[in-house]
Design a protein around this ligand. Sequence first.
Ligand code: NCD
Length: 353
Amino acid sequence: MFSKSLIDLYDLDSDDLESLINLALKIKESPKEYMDRCHGKIMATLFYEPSTRTQMSFKTAMLRLGGQVIGFDDPKNSSVAKGESLRDTVKIFANYADIIVMRNPIEGAAFAASQYIDVPIINAGDGGHMHPTQTLTDVVTLKSELGRLHNLKIGLCGDMLNSRTVHSLIKTMSRYEDNCFYLISAKELELPEYVLDFMREHKVEFKTFDNIEDCIPDLDVLYMTRIQRERFDKEEDYQRQKGIFILTVDKMKKAKEDMIIMHPLPKVDEIDVEVDDDKRAKYFEQARYGLFARMALIIKMLESDNKSTAQYDLSDSLCKNPKCITQTETYLKPYVSTVGENKYCAYCDTKIN
Ligand code: NCD
């Protein structure tokens, strides 16, 4: 049962996720069969933050399904520049479009927006928090390239703290049996507390490493990430972190013949250009899978007439994460989700004490 909006891929049940993956792979085989599926429908893309792949693949997906697209890719060209609230902006777009895709630099923005509209909204990345459609892209890639989503040794390398693609991927891949994560990062850029809590709560197997060489021979997948410069408070902190983990042809000699390299892109300096020629480098194909994944998602979401069923409690204490949407859009209600003894902000997942 598809819920109204897609904020976190983990909200989908396993059957829905499987049917999405299968549909994406079917579309890849015969895209022409789907060229009229969204005829007469309009998608709005609200991009408050730079994007190439996500934005263009969403637009291409809708156009290839026979639908049309409106929106902005620079909030300076919209009333956001005049100080309009997120709530007002999405309410206006909900008057015009059948489905909304939003990327926003603030954590929890998509969840916040989803509370005010009946039109389905897709989270195309909310700050350093989640990126469900990249994860959908990633699982479609894994399924197609490796033939399975279970029993995988998955190396995640780079900025674990700020890479929303990693947070989403861990949650989703934890649903499948016998997956083990090899977390390769500097101490300062380890996973955020809520992802670690999630892994402990769900007994997800993981190991930590401070270099690529020690674990690459074991891996089935190496998922590289960029150090997320724009999420650092100080440029010096970014400068200290950049260039620590670089995948080279030499390091690839130690990897299995059938290991695949993935990357959500854009890549900066974390993969040597010569590695692009290695047949195990799948990141450009991965971006192509993203188109079919998003076509499948748009079809499924527009065909569903479900209302959201998620329930949240109201909390007395406010979220203290300075990057949370509740800090800037102060009309938002302090919703929390409760896991065991702990309460987490429903917008950004930060633990509330
Ligand atoms: C990623 C993102 O925006 O989080 N890019 C993408 O959507 N493919 C990764 C990144 O920016 O590093």
